[in-house]
Ligand binder design. Structure first.
Ligand SMILES: [Zn+2]
Length: 318
């Protein structure tokens, strides 16, 4: 990990889920939301199955590496589209091309809305729940990103199943799986990484209305590590997620020492308040290594994350 070199700068954790911010604290919007959020029933949290989420992570890992514009990425998109559809969700691919340090790359974000909710993509739902789908492109070895990209995707598919059983709740949510979170070079920098969330954030600002808030999950499959939430999140979110985590057994959730750069930052920069939950990747020896496989994934961690997310949704109303 690296920290900002000058004492006047906010210490910032660095990594592939992360890198840092040379110029200070991530923007922490407290601006009034355009849409109001009405809470969802707390009883849904108990329906979240860690085993179901685990099966999704395994199925995705079994498809092989999924860097942007790869055969594995396309197969993973199809797996998600099929599962979302089976639970009543309509999906849309958001394609765009960006110049990268390795030349132009075509990226694809995957968006999902419940069939009973807002069908017009130029209008928002009250909340956006997201994670990254891509695995980091590695030349020296096969990298499947079971925890890094796989775990949050498995949780999101199970969240879609649970919310799909309650259409009124499902209608409040848009899911987004970002492409290109990972840098193509070593680490995320202002010109490399977070491609999908930056594009999505820019497109979001063109809609007729804005969500009330966003949730971003990353590296949530390892039950042996601490979990962090973004220190710049609105205080009411911090209070709500701490209570939700406690009720869900996610006892290792805490604020990190410094800000972390991940997909929530581009969303915050366009004015969307966000909750970001991430495992302590700095203490995962397998992070961005060949060992990021199913051996490090615990159904319990996925369950705690999924239930924390649902309990957070049942208790927060900006
Ligand atoms: Zn990563």
């Amino acid at each position: 990990m690296k920290r900002a070199p000058l004492p006047l700068l906010l210490p910032v954790l660095v990594g592939g889920a992360t890198a840092l911010l040379c110029c200070g604290k991530p923007k922490a919007p407290e601006a009034p939301a355009h849409l109001t959020f009405q809470t969802i029933p707390e009883k849904l949290a108990a329906d979240f199955s860690g085993d179901n989420a685990f099966k999704h992570v395994k199925a995705i890992v079994d498809l092989g590496p999924r860097p942007p514009a790869s055969e594995g990425y396309e197969k993973t998109l199809q797996y998600l589209e099929k599962d979302f559809a089976a639970n009543g969700w309509t999906t849309a691919r958001q394609k765009f091309t960006r110049s990268t340090p390795q030349g132009p790359v075509e990226f694809t974000n995957l968006l999902a809305r419940h069939k009973t909710g807002e069908a017009d993509w130029t209008k928002s739902t009250p909340v956006v729940i997201s994670g990254h789908l891509d695995s980091k492109r590695m030349e020296a070895f096969q990298f499947v990103g079971a925890n890094d990209g796989g775990s949050s995707t498995g949780v999101i598919l199970e969240l879609a199943r649970v919310l799909g059983t309650d259409p009124a709740s499902a209608a409040k949510v848009e899911f987004v799986l970002f492409d290109g979170e990972e840098a193509l070079l070593h680490t995320i920098s202002p010109t490399d990484g977070l491609y999908g969330s930056k594009y999505y954030a820019r497109e979001l600002t063109k809609r007729h209305n804005q969500p009330a808030f966003g949730i971003v999950l990353d590296l949530v499959g390892d039950d042996d590590r601490d979990f962090f939430f973004n220190p710049e999140t609105p205080e009411k979110f911090a209070i709500a997620v701490e209570a939700a985590a406690k009720d869900s057994g996610l006892t290792k959730l805490r604020r990190p020492q410094g800000a972390i750069l991940d997909d929530h930052v581009p969303l915050q920069e366009v004015g969307l308040p966000c909750l970001h939950i991430i495992g302590d990747f700095m203490n995962m020896p397998y992070w961005h290594q060949q060992g990021d496989t199913m051996e490090n994934i615990d159904a319990d961690a996925l369950k705690k994350t999924g239930r924390t997310t649902l309990r957070f949704l049942s208790s927060v109303a900006p």
